[in-house]
Design a binder for this molecule. Sequence first.
Ligand code: C2E
Ligand code: MG
Ligand code: MG
Ligand code: MG
Length: 298
Amino acid sequence: NADVAMYQAKSSGRNNFQYFTADMNVRASERLELETSMRHALTNGEFELYYQPQVSLKDNRVIGAEALIRWNHPEQGLISPAKFIPVAEESRMIVPIGNWVLQEACRHAAAWQAAGLPPITIAVNLSPLQLHQSNLLDIVSDAMSSAGLAPQYLEIEVTESVVMQEVEHVMAMLHGIKRLGVKLSIDDFGTGYSSLSYLKRFAFDKLKVDQSFVRDLASDANDAAIVLAIIGLGKTLGMSVLAEGVETPLQLEFLRRAQTDSIQGYLFSRPLNASEFRKLLGNPEGMLLSSSVAPISG
Ligand code: C2E
Ligand code: MG
Ligand code: MG
Ligand code: MG
């Protein structure tokens, strides 16, 4: 199979030798196909950013949004980032795609502010490979300045695993991002294997509790204990704590009692496309988490 041969050649070129079974051949050719069509997707405008509101539990208002990429593939329809982001990372396509995400998110945020809508912070996910671009700081500041977005309205999310490789380089990059005035958050916290001492050294502004712990909060005493411990840890280290994947009023109630600073999840809203999100920003009632929460569909 020519696809597999090509894939093997490319992989070994990266000193990344792999064995293929019949089952993996299918996956490898599918990956190659994704990789090829990803190259066109950027220039064809097939990527789109959705925005999921983040709500403060202090005043029950939307204070930010996470930008989440979507791929509208001309033949395959919507492809989930869970499927293509790993392929984009392996093929290094995440670098140009990630840079596009930064620019697009800054553009949207600046346009909403210019239209007089309430200013919010936009969080952008950054992949480990992006942190290894030597010109990352220029890329981030160019994205902000060409959009006309002030740095305090941008937040960069990295996962724990980022912090474990090439610590000194990553540290320098993350501190550089903070010096630009951009906020930093640690994503999916609790699922990786970061050392707690690094957590202190990197000076994150926000810690995002992974949704896997939030899911069974109300029924699993271990998960409830883990969430409480993570919230305590985050607060002790001076971070703001956000809980991801909040879907039920019971979870919300627990998180409120545990002094969680903010939440993100389907209970308040699914990720919305730019025009839906803009409508939300323009609607004072929609921006408020009421005690009788009705989820917004999107
Ligand atoms: P993440 O950064 O942890 O993003 C949160 C994911 O949880 C999103 O999935 C979001 O739609 C989903 N989510 C939010 N609330 C709930 C909820 O209440 N219940 C459940 N079950 N899920 C919820 P999504 O959009 O499919 O993204 C998946 C992952 O793909 C992200 O996880 C992130 O790691 C990656 N990703 C998405 N966009 C980008 C991007 O622009 N760049 C990079 N590098 N990665 C991205
Ligand atoms: Mg994230
Ligand atoms: Mg997350
Ligand atoms: Mg995740």
